[in-house]
Design a protein around this ligand. Structure first.
Ligand code: GLN
Length: 279
């Protein structure tokens, strides 16, 4: 079988041409463009057996990133395993907003930043790469996820502290200038969940209405933020009003919402107000 025949095989298996090319490029250790110019290049038996197996898994809905073990986020190539959610492009909105907060902040010490529920480490790593002067701590409930995140930090030579546990639990007694989180927010009965069955369910949904993790993060935030600190949260396309209301009732300043490239409200955040000056 040559490359052209392998791509025809992928089409018969119902796998998108781009995915098939990315799988082959990964296996052959070549850029995708190379495949186009060498489509008469033969695959050996091991390569074509591997491809058949991967095409079957891809056709069954497994994310491409789990098949190659790689994903790209904010220009960083990250290791991903089924222990972590595949980083989504919409989460880059959270990173851009966080960087804008850091750019606008003035503080006497290095900015202390926390990423709650870091998964692959995508958000924490993107922030640390852009702001090496900031002190980053990234948490996750899952030790398996933290191992992936730590491997990604090593791979990119980024110094990040990792701590295991739910939401604020591993950060007792610590305050931050900026906290970001992309928590599980899909509602328990969401019809999209079955299509995401290859990814860790606890990273996708807290069950119920999907807001429990966001509630827990907002509820615990006041004890962990310096005055003026921002809390930025990714959420579902229909949750912006609910997250704004949570922030307001917890005592935050006026909430703001940012939109993703699909035009959907995707991140909501607010600043923890400085103490009111007394007369
Ligand atoms: N944006 C993801 C999805 O809809 C969900 C991510 C999350 O729950 N944090 O697939």
């Amino acid at each position: 079988m040559d490359i052209a025949q392998a791509l025809a095989e992928a089409r018969r298996a119902g796998v998108a041409r781009l995915d098939a090319q990315l799988l082959l490029a990964h296996r052959l250790g070549r850029p995708r463009a190379w495949l186009l110019a060498h489509d008469d290049c033969p695959l050996d038996a091991a390569q074509s057996d591997w491809l058949q197996a991967m095409l079957a898994r891809r056709a069954a809905g497994e994310p491409l990133a789990y098949l190659t073990g790689e994903s790209e986020f904010c220009g960083l190539s990250l290791q991903v395993t089924p222990a972590v959610l595949v980083p989504r492009p919409e989460t880059e909105v959270l990173v851009e907003w966080a960087l804008a907060c850091l750019a606008g902040a003035t503080m006497a010490t290095a900015a202390r930043v926390a990423d709650l529920g870091t998964g692959s480490g995508a958000v924490a790593l993107a922030l640390k790469r852009a702001r090496p002067d900031a002190a980053l701590v990234a948490t996750d409930l899952s030790p398996e996820a933290l191992a992936v995140a730590a491997a990604n930090a090593r791979r990119h030579g980024l110094a990040i502290e990792f701590a295991a546990g739910p939401w604020w639990a591993p950060l007792a007694g610590r305050r931050f200038h900026l906290v970001v989180s992309n928590p599980p927010y899909v509602a328990g009965g969401d019809p999209h969940l079955p299509a995401l069955r290859h990814e860790p369910l606890q990273a996708l949904t807290p069950g119920g209405d999907g807001l429990d993790a966001l509630r827990a993060i907002v509820a615990g935030a006041p004890g962990h933020l310096w005055p003026g600190a921002w809390l930025l949260l990714e959420h579902g396309h229909d949750q912006a009003a609910a997250v704004q209301a949570l922030l307001v009732s917890a005592g935050f300043g006026p909430p703001e919402t940012r939109y993703d490239l699909a035009g959907l409200p995707r991140c909501t955040g607010a600043a923890w107000p400085p103490p009111v000056a007394r007369r």
